[in-house]
Design a binder for this molecule. Structure first.
Ligand SMILES: [Zn+2]
Length: 44
């Protein structure tokens, strides 16, 4: 059961930043469609 869950996430396409196209780290998924770098620029 656990392996199937791992396979599910591995098959998911990596999220890309809509602004620079860099892959978004899963840890920053809460930021939405932008990577941490672009979000920092926006926050300034
Ligand atoms: Zn970006």
């Amino acid at each position: 059961m656990f392996e199937s869950i791992v396979e599910f996430f591995r098959n998911l396409p990596p999220k890309e930043c809509v602004q620079c196209g860099n892959k978004i780290d899963e840890q920053h998924e809460c930021y939405g469609n932008k990577c941490e770098h672009c979000m920092d620029v926006t926050n300034i």
